[in-house]
Design a protein around this ligand. Structure first.
Ligand code: ZN
Length: 683
C-alpha cells in the first residue's frame, strides 16, 4: 500500500480525540505504525539539521511525534488486551519489535542526546517552565539508560536485547491468557457445588451454556475461580482448581507444555542482567531503581524487612487462629487450597459477615455513582456519561470530567469479565494531555478495565467489597492521568511519575471505601434500595483488618522475591524457584505445594514493567496512607485538603520529583505509621 493511501484510509491515523474503535481492523495496524515511524524518522533527521537547539525547534516537535505514535498504538494495545483474537494479536506482536527498535534508535541517538545536552546547558533552560525542564532532565537520564554513551558494538547488542525483551514479555502474557482460556472444569452434579451462592451458580451455568454444555462450567477467570476457592465445600474441587490456577503457564498441572513460561522467564532475566552489565550496573535491580524514588536495592530490602519485622508476630497469631478454626471444621492438615475457604468461614463466624452476602448491597452502578459523587465534591469536578462515542464492546460506557463547565478529560469504563479479555483490573492511557505548537490542546483520555461479574437476567452486576476497593484504586490512577494540568506529554498525567510513586493516588483513593461516612454513598441493596444496615456496616469495618498481617506478608513475599531475583541473578536456571523458596522460608506460614509455579504467571515482573519494582506497591502505600492521614486529621470531606491533593499530586504528576511533591502536600517526609495503623498492625 502506498503511503498516501495508508494515510487516507487508515482509522488509526489522524490524531483524532476518540479512537475509531469500530473501524479499526487488524490489517490497519502495521500500515499505520510503519507510516508513522517513517514520518517520525524523517522529521527527526530534519530537526537535527539545526545548529542551535531549543524547546520549540526540537523537543516540542519530538513530543508531538511521540504523541502521534502513541495515539495510533494505544487503541491497538488496548484492543489486544480486551478483545484479543489471533489476527489482532499477530498484528500487535509484529509491531512490538518495530516500536522497540525505534525507541532504542531514539534512546541511542548521539546527535539527539547532544542536542538535548545543548539545551540543558544553555541560558534558555532556566526560562523553560518546570514541566519542560523535567522533560529534558528525564530525557537525558533515559538516554544514558538506553546506552547512548556506549561504543557501537555494545549499542547494537543493547538494542537487540530491548527488542527481544519486548517480544518475550508479550509471549509471557499470551501463554497465561491462552491457558486461562483453555482450561475449565465441567460439573454436572449440583451436589458437588455446595457452598456456592446462587449468583455464582448462575454464572457457571451461563458459562456452560456458552460452551454448549449442560450443568456448570468453572474456568480460571476471577468471577468463577475465586468463589470456588472461598466457598466450595468440596475440598477436592478446590484442590483441582487451585492446582490448575497456580500451575498456569508452567507445563505442570493440567496444562499443555507448549504454554510453559519457564524458559521465557529465564531468558528475560538473562537479557536484563546482560543489559545491566552493558550499562556498567551490577544488576538489573540497580537499573530499575535509577529512575525511581528508592535509592538502592539494599534500601528497598531494608524497607521491606522493616515492614516484615513489624508484621510477622501478628501474622503468626492470625494463622494460629485459622489453624484452630480449621480443627473445629475437622481439617487437621490445612492446605494451600483451604486457606481462602477457611478464612472466609472464620471471618463470617467472627464478624457475622460474608463477602458473598455483602455483594447484594453493592450494585456496580450505585458504587460508581457514589465514587463519582465523592470525587466531584473533593476535587470540585463534575462527571457525567456521554453517548455516541465509538466503543469496542456494547458493555463499555464513556464519561466526561468537567470543572467550571470546562471539559478536562474523558474515560472509557469496561467493567465485566469476558472471554479474550485480560484478567485483573487496570487503568491505561488512551490520550495524554499535550498542548500542540498550534495551541491546540489534546485532552487526556483513560481506559478503566475491570473483570467484575456481569449482570444476570434478574440482577445487576454486584460487586464484592474487594471489587469496590479495586474500582476506587483504578479510578485513583485515572484521576492522576485525567486531572493533570501539565501540557508537556512526557510528564503529564501519570507519564514520568516515578514508578514507586505511581500507586499513590490509587491506594490513596481506596482508603475512602473504609469510611463509615462514605459507605452509604456507595451502597444500596439491589432489591430494596435500602442502605447497608448499621450492624453490617459495623461488621464490615471491624472485619477490615481481618488477617491483614497475613496479607502484608504475602505482598512482602512477592516484593522480596522480585527484588532479590533481579538483584542477585547469576544465570542459574534453578534460581527462580530457589529464590522464591528462600523468601517463602521466611514469609510463608504454611508450606507451599511443590508443584506451585506462582512465578510462571507473575506478569507484573515478567511482562508488566514491575521488574525489580513490585516493592512499589508497599512503598507507595506508605505515601498513600500518610497522605490519607491528613484527611483523617482535617476531615475526610475537607475541601481544602482535597484541593491540596489535587494541586500537588493529581494535577502536577510527573512534572516534579515525587518526594518533593509529597512534602509540599504533607508538610513533611512520609512516615510508615499511618500504613501500619490502617492495617491494624500492632505497634
Ligand atoms: Zn495500581
Amino acid at each position: 500500500m502506498s503511503k498516501d493511501k495508508a494515510k487516507t484510509d487508515n482509522p488509526l491515523l489522524g490524531n483524532m480525540l476518540f479512537p475509531k474503535f469500530r473501524q479499526i481492523k487488524p490489517e490497519h495496524v502495521e500500515d499505520a505504525i510503519d507510516y508513522i515511524l517513517s514520518v517520525n524518522r524523517t522529521n527527526l533527521a530534519s530537526l537535527l539539521k539545526s545548529r542551535e537547539f531549543s524547546w520549540d525547534n526540537l523537543v516540542q516537535p519530538l513530543e508531538e511525534d511521540a504523541v502521534t505514535l502513541e495515539n495510533a498504538f494505544s487503541p491497538v494495545r488496548h484492543l489486544n488486551s480486551v478483545m484479543n483474537n489471533d489476527k489482532l494479536r499477530k498484528a500487535y506482536n509484529n509491531c512490538l519489535p518495530k516500536l522497540s527498535e525505534y525507541a532504542a534508535e531514539l534512546g541511542q541517538n548521539t546527535a539527539l542526546f547532544k542536542a538535548f545536552l545543548q539545551i540543558k546547558k544553555s541560558s534558555q533552560f532556566g526560562r523553560l517552565n518546570q514541566a519542560q525542564r523535567k522533560t529534558i532532565e528525564n530525557a537525558l537520564r533515559d538516554f544514558k539508560l538506553s546506552g547512548v554513551d556506549l561504543p557501537a558494538s555494545k549499542k547494537k547488542r543493547f538494542k537487540e536485547i530491548s527488542t527481544k525483551l519486548s517480544s518475550l514479555g508479550a509471549k509471557f502474557s499470551e501463554n497465561i491468557l491462552d491457558v486461562t482460556n483453555i482450561w475449565f472444569k465441567h460439573v454436572t452434579d449440583k451436589s458437588q457445588l455446595k457452598g456456592l451462592s446462587e449468583n455464582v451458580l448462575q454464572l457457571a451455568a451461563q458459562t456452560a451454556k456458552d460452551k454448549k454444555l449442560t450443568g456448570y462450567v468453572f474456568n480460571l477467570e476471577f468471577p468463577l475461580w475465586h468463589p470456588v476457592m472461598q466457598y466450595a465445600e468440596n475440598r477436592e474441587l478446590r484442590r483441582e482448581m487451585y492446582k490448575a490456577y497456580v500451575t498456569r503457564a508452567s507445563g505442570l498441572g493440567p496444562h499443555d507444555k507448549k504454554y510453559d513460561n519457564s524458559k521465557i522467564m529465564l531468558d528475560i532475566l538473562k537479557l536484563k542482567q546482560e543489559q545491566a552489565e552493558i550499562l556498567a550496573f551490577k544488576s538489573y535491580a540497580e537499573v530499575s531503581l535509577a529512575s525511581k524514588m528508592a535509592e538502592s536495592p539494599a534500601k528497598v530490602i531494608d524497607f521491606l524487612t522493616e515492614l516484615f519485622v513489624k508484621s510477622k508476630a501478628q501474622a503468626k497469631d492470625e494463622f494460629r487462629e485459622l489453624k484452630e478454626f480449621a480443627r473445629q471444621q475437622r481439617i487437621d492438615d490445612i492446605k494451600a487450597w483451604d486457606v481462602a475457604f477457611l478464612s472466609e468461614k472464620l471471618k463470617t463466624s467472627k464478624f457475622n459477615i460474608s463477602s458473598q452476602e455483602l455483594r447484594d448491597w453493592f450494585p456496580a452502578d450505585k458504587v460508581i455513582n457514589g465514587m463519582f459523587e465523592l470525587c466531584a465534591s473533593l476535587f470540585s469536578i463534575k462527571i457525567d456519561q456521554v453517548q455516541d462515542i465509538e466503543i469496542w464492546h456494547k458493555d463499555v460506557k464513556v464519561f466526561r470530567i468537567q470543572k467550571d463547565k470546562k471539559t478536562l478529560a474523558y474515560f472509557y469504563l469496561d467493567l465485566y469479565a469476558r472471554a479474550n479479555k485480560r484478567g485483573g483490573a487496570w487503568m491505561d492511557e488512551c490520550r495524554s494531555r499535550i498542548c500542540f505548537a498550534d495551541d491546540k490542546l489534546q485532552l487526556p483520555i483513560a481506559y478503566l478495565s475491570c473483570n467484575f461479574s456481569p449482570p444476570l437476567t434478574d440482577q445487576p452486576s454486584l460487586l464484592t467489597f474487594e471489587e469496590v476497593t479495586t474500582l476506587f484504586h483504578e479510578f485513583g490512577h485515572g484521576l492522576q492521568h485525567m486531572l493533570t494540568t501539565i501540557e508537556a506529554a512526557a510528564v503529564s498525567g501519570i507519564n514520568g511519575v516515578q514508578w514507586d510513586a505511581v500507586e499513590l493516588p490509587s491506594q490513596f483513593l481506596e482508603n475512602f471505601c473504609w469510611q463509615s461516612d462514605i459507605i452509604p454513598l456507595i451502597s444500596a441493596h439491589f432489591k430494596t434500595g435500602k442502605p447497608l444496615p448499621d450492624k453490617k456496616l459495623a461488621a464490615l469495618l471491624k472485619a477490615k483488618n481481618f488477617q491483614s498481617a497475613m496479607a502484608m506478608l504475602r505482598q512482602l513475599e512477592f516484593a522480596l522475591f522480585d527484588m532479590r531475583l533481579h538483584n542477585e541473578f547469576k544465570n542459574d536456571p534453578e534460581q527462580i524457584e530457589n529464590t522464591l523458596a528462600q523468601v517463602r522460608g521466611k514469609t510463608s506460614l504454611l508450606p507451599t505445594p511443590k508443584w506451585n509455579r506462582f512465578a510462571n504467571s507473575f506478569s507484573h515482573i515478567f511482562a508488566g514493567g514491575y521488574a525489580a519494582g513490585y516493592y512499589s506497591y508497599k512503598w507507595a502505600e506508605v505515601l498513600a496512607a500518610d497522605a490519607f492521614a491528613l484527611f483523617e486529621e482535617k476531615g475526610i470531606f475537607d475541601k481544602k485538603t482535597g484541593k491540596r491533593f489535587l494541586t500537588y499530586i493529581l494535577e502536577t504528576g510527573g512534572s516534579q520529583d515525587a518526594l518533593d511533591l509529597f512534602v509540599k502536600f504533607r508538610g513533611r517526609k512520609p512516615q510508615p505509621g499511618a500504613l501500619l495503623r490502617h492495617s491494624g498492625i500492632r505497634p
